[in-house]
Design a protein. Structure first.
Length: 304
């Protein structure tokens, strides 16, 4: 209960009703040449140990920025530990990964590459040599005096990732003053979303991604994963995870860090009960679901 009270006080202090949500900007600054090189590498399995898995294997830009699987599959058919989070709008997250082990997309970019359960290129010097003997060598030398290095690889991947924003959702239009952008039931869903407390954790530009929260505040929502504890080894961080963004949520099933639910309806019902102590009837769940579906934005054409 202390954890809930703390969140409520923090929320009331930091956000007025008008500042609770922020529309995604229609554009962001990035280095076009670095972004385009990062894009090529993002879609190329060359970064994996056996040339079978690319970044795009787990982050399908055309389908919500994730892979639609409960748990992602890496090289040799190995299963990872977490449901793949979306790469779309990840630049707005205050940390990356469910357990927050990377502070930004630059740090994040190398982890899947060297992870034995994902792309398996643990030997970074060997990977760098591999890239030096590929078509990418000239491209890196064009952009960097020192050519292919781990730093430069991470930088171009992060440049592409940070460019992947999805503005112009119907909710963004509503926030900008277009009252006709949402139907009546969607507005009711938005009001319920705020009224029952969903917006305590899901607010800001990403409607999430800007704080940690314990999984199962008002009930034991079993999970074998320990969350932030993986990073800090602090007992109080057990079962604490980065709150996910709700942007494009209708496209990113299955839901939660372990992909336990296939439908948005199930996810809403579960979170209301175990995070907020609310038993919602079918009609109210459907209204919140209708609102959440207004968060689907436009993927930039250059992203593909």
């Amino acid at each position: 209960m202390k954890y809930v009270v703390f969140l409520l006080i923090s929320f009331i202090f930091l956000f007025s009703q008008d500042e609770m949500f922020t529309p995604i900007p229609t554009s962001v600054e990035y280095n076009k040449n670095k972004m385009e090189l990062g894009k090529k590498l993002f879609f190329d399995p060359i970064l994996s140990k056996d040339d079978t898995i690319s970044c795009a294997s787990c982050h399908d830009i055309s389908s919500g920025g994730d892979d639609g699987k409960k748990i992602s599959t890496g090289i040799d058919g190995k299963l990872g530990r977490f449901n793949a989070p979306t790469i779309l709008n990840a630049r707005f997250n205050f940390v990356q990964f469910w357990d927050g082990r990377s502070k930004d997309l630059f740090e994040q970019s190398i982890h899947p590459i060297i992870n034995d359960f994902e792309m398996g290129s643990e030997d970074i010097p060997a990977l760098i040599e591999k890239l030096k003997h590929s078509k990418y060598n000239v491209k890196f030398k064009t952009l960097y005096k020192d050519g292919v290095t781990q730093h430069n690889l991470q930088e171009v991947l992060a440049e592409y990732g940070s460019s992947l924003i999805t503005p112009n959702s119907r909710f963004d239009k509503y926030l900008k003053g277009d009252s006709a952008a949402l139907r009546h039931d969607e507005v009711e869903g938005l009001e319920l979303f705020k009224e029952i407390g969903c917006s305590i954790c899901h607010h800001g530009v990403n409607l999430g991604g800007n704080l940690y929260a314990r999984f199962g505040v008002l009930g034991r929502a079993y999970t074998k994963e320990l969350g932030k504890y993986n990073v800090t080894k602090d007992e109080k961080d057990k079962y604490v995870f980065k709150v996910p963004s709700l942007r494009n949520i209708e496209l990113t099933s299955p839901y939660f860090h372990d992909g336990r639910f296939k439908t948005l309806y199930e996810a809403i019902e579960f979170m209301a009960k175990y995070q907020l102590g609310k038993e919602l009837d079918k009609k109210n769940v459907q209204k919140i679901e209708a609102f959440l579906k207004t968060l689907t934005g436009e993927v930039p054409k250059y992203a593909y």
